[in-house]
Design a protein. Structure first.
Lengths: 279, 227
């Protein structure tokens, strides 16, 4: 993303809007400026700000006059008055930032928007997670924090050592050069993204072991981690296997995504095991 | 995508937060041509149950940013959600969502979707009990559950709970912490009403799963309460 300096009037609206806090008003240039190293190409500035098409010189003159009189503006906070944001062409490896940070762009590897994963949201059709198994999503990075791929690799390698099965239809897995070790492509390791999800499947009795591995790696990372645990309910719609394990580990279960099972069952003949890559 | 799983708050704080979404799963039985009308119908039915937001993952929610805003609109900004616009604008088969701010509407909608038998994967994102009651009302056993274990690691880098409750309503992170804090401050200073501030935040959610009704309540609380 770039901000056209001919158009920018340094109103500062975009500085609040950037989820990564990567935009600031340069005091010398008097223009909004992007810290390219922190920018994750999420396009929130371009897509989220409403746009006006006012003449920049007129807006600057008005702003200067008002500022001299110490009059505070009160424009709408989500508007770029001069449409100064202009997407630039992203090349490899920077393009990976957008793939993992802009939810409107489907991941090429999975065809899924957002973070590119389906977790147990389509489990009624795919049958990916069965009774007694757990599909874990380990999301690294948050807005304002982000994560670089070398940190994601730390989790991947630790999990690979434990011999877990990585979900094949997951964008992080597709970036692995060596699935048995969990190593990612060298050329992306310094790239920063808003967040990325490592997705694995294990038997329910291994949940504690996996969570302990994640907690151990977390100590070496500089980011925030959010774990999701997907389970298949029994015929009565109950989960008597995984929830008790999580509660024993000290988690207070408050929120969940619940798959209602209304997906067409006839497609359950798909072979879920083929979707996994054994580490 | 964890667009709704890790919303911040306790179960009680999700009493007015029910996100129900349909995911098109292509199969040998259903291709893109069969899926699109079903997704449109899902959204159209949702309107009957008075949602607070509606969205498709590609184009956004019922309140979207303007590409050619009139400068005069600063004085009279329209914050009316355009639900029908979401339905009519759906052009490809992608994940669609309906957001409700009360249990009765969510329960009745799920029951109706069950009766319609679209064959789409339908998920409810809310408190665990809230979703269970929706399924019970529709007489369907839960198929699968994806639990959120919350945030860990360097949580000292996260903002306060009011900001977190607002910003995590877009799980993709399009609602920045800074903007959420700014809107809390605007409401505290009486520069915007909670409804107007919630509308600002809603426009940034690019899948339409942000809950403006819950945001309004949080902003009203934040006006007089600290964390």
């Amino acid at each position: 993303m770039r901000i056209n300096p001919e158009k920018c009037v340094a109103c500062g609206n975009c500085t609040y809007v950037c989820p990564m806090g990567a935009i600031y008003i340069d005091p010398v240039k008097q223009r909004a400026t992007i810290n390219d190293d922190e920018c994750v190409e999420c396009y929130t500035c371009f897509n989220g700000l409403s746009q006006e098409h006012l003449p920049p010189s007129f807006v600057r003159t008005v702003r200067k006059a008002f500022a001299m009189m110490r009059i505070r503006f009160d424009p709408e906070p989500d508007v770029c008055p001069t449409s100064a944001f202009e997407p630039n062409e992203l090349v490899w490896p920077r393009v990976i930032r957008r793939a993992f940070s802009d939810p409107r762009v489907p991941h090429e590897s999975t065809g899924v928007e957002g973070r590119g994963t389906e977790e147990v949201k389509t489990n009624d059709v795919t049958g990916r997670v069965k009774l007694g198994e757990a599909g874990l999503t380990i999301e690294l990075g948050r807005p304002g924090v982000g994560v670089r791929f070398h940190e994601i690799q730390e989790i991947c390698t630790a999990l690979a050592k434990a011999g877990v099965a990585f979900e094949k239809k997951n964008p992080v897995t597709t970036l692995m050069t060596d699935v048995p070790t969990g190593k990612l492509r060298e050329d992306i390791l310094d790239e920063k993204v808003m967040s990325a999800i490592v997705e694995i499947k294990v038997s329910a009795e291994r949940i504690e072991e996996i969570i302990n591995i994640v907690r151990d790696v977390e100590k070496r990372l500089t980011t925030v981690v959010a774990i999701g645990v997907g389970v298949r309910c029994d015929n009565d719609g109950e989960d008597h296997i995984v929830a008790p394990i999580l509660e024993r580990l000290g988690y207070k279960l408050e929120r969940a995504k619940t798959n209602t099972g209304l997906g067409r069952a006839v497609t359950a003949t798909l072979q879920p095991e083929k979707e996994l890559v054994k580490a | 995508m964890t667009n709704t799983l890790h919303r911040f708050g306790d179960a009680e704080s999700f009493r007015d937060d029910y996100v129900i979404f349909a995911i098109p799963v292509r199969s040998k039985d259903m291709g893109a041509e069969e899926l699109l009308p079903k997704l449109r119908r899902f959204l159209q039915i949702a309107i009957e149950y008075k949602p607070v937001n509606l969205g498709d993952t590609r184009k956004g929610g019922a309140l979207r940013p303007g590409r050619g805003m009139n400068p005069l609109s600063h004085w009279k900004r329209d914050i009316t959600p355009d639900f029908q616009g979401v339905v009519d604008g759906l052009a490809i088969s992608t994940t669609v969502a309906a957001v409700f701010d009360n249990k009765v509407a969510a329960e009745d909608f799920i029951k109706r979707i069950h009766e319609e038998d679209f064959g789409l994967s339908v998920n409810i994102s809310t408190s665990i009990d809230g979703a269970e009651q929706c399924c019970h009302h529709a007489c369907i056993p839960r198929h699968s559950v994806g639990y959120s274990l919350g945030f860990e690691g360097h949580t000292e880098k996260l903002p306060d709970s009011q900001v977190m409750m607002l910003s995590t309503m877009c799980g993709h992170g399009m609602v920045s912490h800074s903007l959420a804090k700014k809107m809390i401050d605007f409401v505290k200073e009486n520069r915007r009403t909670p409804e107007q501030a919630a509308a600002v935040l809603t426009r940034f959610c690019s899948c339409g799963v942000f809950n403006p009704s819950r945001a309004k309540r949080i902003l009203e609380d934040a006006r007089i309460k600290t964390n």
